[in-house]
Ligand binder design. Structure first.
Ligand code: GLN
Length: 491
């Protein structure tokens, strides 16, 4: 196996090298840009690469470090999902309607990283307005999974996941409304963290479903996830739903191990529709947890079966309202018409893709006067039952474990004709969004086809330190090597 290059290392490893003066941010950034040059034509992770900006920021980060300034994110090259607003840099949401939209402000998550000396490699491809599980709903074409270029990287943050897996970025930001960080992380063999709702500001996260949307992280290790989270988390006056939590050092207790931790294996997540290779890999990891001294038991989330149905009423309802702002007047695309109503209709018809239109129609219907109680109201009640399921489960267990996704990466085109099959990709990730609890996906191994399997851990609201501690312990034990086949073929 060829030696790993700088772009293949974790941010923690690179941080140590930077502090020791062994490498510069400029060298790390050039390594990432070289990798982008080698593989991007095949992976297509980026919609807007920002190489020139990255070089400039790396130079500044090196100067700051020379001056004694050393945030853990300083000088580390990152990628950012294209639903997160970046000042002066095109932000498309994977949609024709925002194809030429250049935000006049930064989202808070990126503003914090950039203030700390982070380096931006580019904006990553994603499903249109983050609606999808395969990245195939992007108006700008699919992303290819570096483990097998004929398969999807998952979605909706597929570009961020693929970029981190392929060494086209050291780490990345994504968003998770129903699984869009954890599921692509699982399919690409990287770590994906969805924090507690409200822990990271949503300011500048272009809204899909506001009560579910979160900013999450893609990294090559759990320790990196803790560091990236610490850099972006915390109260923001620009987002009233952001939590007033003092940002803690999430990596501080990460070495605490799992001895004595009560770990609940979610019974419902090992049923029909879950690939045998996924079950086997996650079961093997559960055995490891028991051997490591955790107290493992079975736990049921009885209403989880209804989570998908509730989500596909609540998320489209919120989306139908949030996406009303794309009217040809305020942002992006405009297609002229005889009057303003025709202009709006034409703009929205030309600007939105089929999945976005499907959801706007579904949501508008579910919110309409005669059906509100029967659909939206009912879904909100189910949401409450799911929150209670978690409360009951966390009375007996500290952390829950399940597969992240029922399957490993599927072939491009395989599920595009069947929206319901696509929606099923998120059965295990959606409940955490409905309840607002934090969850993380880590690689648990490979299936029989050599594709990564993701294991999900879930913890109570604001129990990120515990979640990261359990995930880190298991990650050390599994010792998964992030080495997509594409990278071997390069050499
Ligand atoms: N795949 C889910 C959907 O299409 C979740 C997307 C997300 O988390 N943004 O809505």
């Amino acid at each position: 196996m060829a030696a790993r290059e700088l772009c293949d290392l974790t941010a923690t490893e690179l941080g140590a090298k930077l502090r020791a003066g062994d490498v510069s941010s400029a060298e790390i950034t050039e390594s990432c840009l070289r990798r982008i040059g080698d593989v991007e034509e095949r992976v297509k992770a980026y919609l807007t690469p920002t190489g020139d900006l990255a070089r400039e920021q790396a130079g500044r980060a090196d100067e700051r470090r020379a001056g004694g300034d050393a945030s853990p994110v300083a000088g580390i090259p990152a990628a950012v999902k294209d639903v997160l607003a970046t000042k002066g840099i095109r932000t498309t949401c994977g949609s024709k309607i925002l194809e030429s939209y250049v935000p006049p402000y930064d989202c808070t998550a990126w503003a914090r990283l950039s203030a700390a000396g982070s380096v931006l490699l580019g904006k990553t491809n994603c499903d249109e307005f983050a609606m999808g599980s395969s990245n195939e709903n992007s108006a700008f074409g699919p992303v290819h999974n570096p483990w097998n270029l004929d398969t999807v990287p998952g979605g909706s943050s597929g570009g961020s996941a693929a970029a981190v897996a392929a060494g086209e970025a050291v780490w990345a930001l994504g968003t998770d409304t129903g699984g869009s960080v954890r599921q692509p992380a699982a399919l690409c063999g990287v770590v994906g963290l969805k924090p507690t709702y409200g822990l990271v500001s949503r300011y500048g996260l272009i809204a899909f479903a506001s009560s579910l949307d979160t900013v999450g992280t893609f990294t090559r290790s759990v320790r990196d996830a803790a560091k990236l989270l610490a850099a972006v988390a915390g109260k923001d006056p620009m987002d009233a739903t952001s939590l007033d939590q003092t940002v803690r050092d999430y990596a501080a207790d990460i070495d605490g191990g799992v001895t004595g931790l009560r770990i609940g294996v979610v019974t419902e997540a090992f049923g029909e529709g879950v690939q045998p290779g996924v079950k086997a890999s996650v079961r093997a990891a559960v055995d490891r947890l028991a051997n490591m001294g955790a107290r493992v038991g079975e736990v049921s989330l009885p209403h989880a079966d209804y989570a998908l149905s509730a989500y596909y009423l609540i998320a489209p309802s919120e989306a139908s309202s949030n996406l009303a702002r794309y009217d040809g007047v305020r942002y992006g695309l405009r297609v002229d018409g005889r009057d303003s109503v025709e202009m709006m209709a034409r703009t929205r018809d030309a600007g939105f893709g089929p999945e976005v239109k499907r959801r706007i129609m579904l949501g508008t219907y579910a919110l309409s006067a005669g059906y509100y109680e029967a659909y939206y109201g009912q879904a909100q009640k189910v949401r409450t039952l799911i929150i209670r399921d978690y409360e009951a489960a966390f009375a007996d267990f500290d952390v829950l474990v399940s597969p992240t996704s029922p399957t490993t990466a599927f072939r491009i085109g395989e599920r595009t004709g069947d929206p319901l099959a696509m929606y099923l990709s998120d059965v295990f990730t959606i409940p955490a969004n409905l309840a607002g609890v934090p969850a993380i996906s880590i690689p648990s191994g490979l299936d029989e086809a050599g594709l990564p399997v993701g294991l999900q851990l879930t913890a109570p609201v604001l129990a990120e330190p515990l979640l990261l501690r359990a995930a880190h312990a298991l990650e050390q034990e599994i010792a998964f090597v992030t080495r997509p086949r594409l990278l071997e073929a390069l050499r």
